[in-house]
Design a protein around this ligand. Structure first.
Ligand code: HEM
Length: 507
């Protein structure tokens, strides 16, 4: 090789590196903790629980848009509604994909799951299918009666064993979803379809994008026998479980259809639909779109209802006002219906506050940018993971007065706020093109469950337990569930059992 050529090549390389370095210097990333020399911000990414609080604290220090760089992967955390709306809502054409999520998509092979899919053609088809099934008109026409029936069944079980609230709430969420997606009636606590879905859920406790392999993707090739490679065994187990979770109920529906015994459901509608693109495998699509409903809709609803009961143990005055309204509007001769909502303004605010006080999704599923962007003079690179801190936004003192209190009156118009404080639904259900397609369904089911529980039960702390002694923590992961907390449920009047029996399948 001639010497001149080597000289030219080295000079060109130096010029290129110099240009890259000067560009990197010019780029002003959003502020964030100073990176360490080799590991960047690895140690600054919160881990070990209540990550949303740690991100909020960093937001107070660095501003509402905080940047982290870990081995060249960029993470941007949004702590204000203004920034989230400007980017995830208004610039949806850039911010609607999902990060690589190596652990979830490539190791556990959850790439079938619409919630974490990248924004591509398959995603758009899946999203359209799920959105159609949960749009308000379909929720009212096809899902309301099943929801009401399952809520009455839940009340019956709750009356029989009030100490098992968490178990009953979980069964309620599972029963509604199984009925709507597969026409399957859950009749026992160890229902095979719910057990499978639950087993998958239990494997998913970490905040998405927060595993070491997400930051160091080459680790996904570590063999299971290698030190640190133990996650591969767990991943193989999860892959098999999540395959079964989607295929077992789906094959059961197909068998019922073949024998003419299937109840109408999301699965039967998809199997018969003429709206499936010809280049897609219909069974795969139907399995994936029905399978996602439990994974996205069960825990979120469970967490919201458990947080609501916890709030009622701490705020008896809120509960008493809600019950007065229910007694005046509905009385004690029938259970609440969806039509009652417009006549229950205080109750409607209790439901809004239940979505705000302890959101079931504290940190939004990460979005990712598909091209470079600039915001308020700050550079946000293509491929950055953008995490909206839902908890921070719903507890922003500039927006919600005394944000840590459970106060439904905050939504009542006042001289300070002619329209009341903002509806948390704009924040709690996500943003832009990725906004939760199950939000109307979730809102309706939470409304009816909350109203029915308040009509029939007095919720309180057990005798002798003081509010200040109650300590609860919330889990990390896509959905944050509360730890066990003390509560007592007492039927509010004679005849609760008879009332439930008029509407439920189990008395
Ligand atoms: C309390 C109830 C619920 C809450 C708080 C909630 C919240 C959320 C949030 C924050 C997201 C992420 C949005 C984003 O990335 O910007 C999401 C996505 C999603 N939710 Fe919900 N959700 C709830 C119930 C449900 C239910 C009942 C379903 C059932 C259909 C559902 C289906 C989905 C799906 C499929 C996605 C992924 C959407 C996408 O990536 O395009 N959710 N939800």
């Amino acid at each position: 090789m001639n010497r001149d050529f080597v000289l030219y090549a080295v000079t060109a390389l130096l010029v290129f590196l110099g240009w890259r370095l000067s560009r990197a210097r010019q780029r002003r990333y959003p502020p964030g903790p100073p990176p360490a020399l080799f590991t960047g911000n690895l140690k600054d990414i919160p881990r070990g629980g209540h990550e949303w609080e740690a991100y909020t604290a960093l937001g107070k220090k660095y501003g509402d848009v905080v940047h982290f760089n870990v081995f060249g992967s960029h993470v941007v955390v949004l702590n204000s509604y203004e920034a989230t709306r400007d980017l995830l809502d208004a610039r949806g054409s850039i911010y609607s994909s999902r990060p690589r999520l190596v652990m979830l998509k490539e190791v556990k092979r959850w790439d079938w799951n619409l919630v974490i899919m990248s924004y591509d053609k398959r995603y758009q088809t899946y999203r359209r299918i799920v959105q159609q099934e949960f749009q308000p008109s379909v929720v009212t026409r096809s899902h309301h009666s099943l929801m009401a029936l399952e809520i009455a069944n839940f009340l019956g079980r709750l009356l029989t064993s009030q100490q098992d609230l968490p178990k009953h709430v979980r069964r309620l969420a599972g029963a509604i979803i199984m009925r709507i997606t597969y026409g399957h009636k859950v009749v026992s606590a160890d229902d095979p379809f719910v057990s499978l879905a639950e087993a998958v859920r239990e494997t998913n406790e970490k905040t998405p994008g927060n595993a070491v392999v997400d930051l160091l993707p080459f680790l996904k090739h570590l063999p299971a026998w290698f030190p640190g490679g133990g996650f591969q065994r767990q991943a193989a187990y999860v892959r098999e479980l999540s395959r079964k979770m989607r295929s077992v109920p789906f094959e059961a529906v197909k068998a019922q259809m073949a024998s003419g015994k299937a109840e109408s459901s999301m699965a039967t509608r998809l199997i018969e639909s003429e709206d499936i693109p010809s280049d897609m495998d219909r069974d795969q699509l139907a399995m994936d779109c029905t399978g996602v409903v439990y994974s996205a809709g069960a825990d979120t609803t469970v967490a919201t209802l458990l947080n609501f009961v916890h709030a009622m143990t701490l705020y008896p005055e809120v509960q008493a006002r809600a019950q007065q309204e229910i007694d005046a509007v509905i009385g004690r001769d029938r259970l609440p219906t969806f039509d009652d909502r417009k006549r229950l303004p205080y109750l409607s605010n209790v439901v809004k506050e239940a979505f705000r006080w302890k959101p079931s999704v504290m940190l939004c599923v990460p979005h990712t940018t598909i091209s470079d962007d600039e915001y308020r003079g700050m550079y946000i690179p293509k491929g950055a993971s953008v995490i909206a801190n839902i908890w921070a936004m719903l507890h922003d003192e500039n927006v919600y007065k005394s944000p840590y209190e459970f106060d439904p009156d905050r939504f009542t118009p006042s001289s300070d706020h002619p329209e009341g404080e903002p509806d948390p639904a704009k924040i709690a259900f996500g943003y832009g093109r990725r906004i939760c397609p199950g939000r109307y369904f979730a809102d309706d089911s939470v409304f009816l469950a909350v109203t029915s529980m308040l009509q029939l039960f007095r919720i309180s702390l057990p005798e002798g337990v003081k509010k200040k002694d109650v300590k609860v923590t919330w889990s990390s992961g896509l959905v944050s569930l509360p730890s066990a907390y003390p509560y007592t449920l007492t039927p509010r009047f004679e005849g609760v059992r008879e009332l439930i029996a008029t509407s439920s399948e189990v008395a």
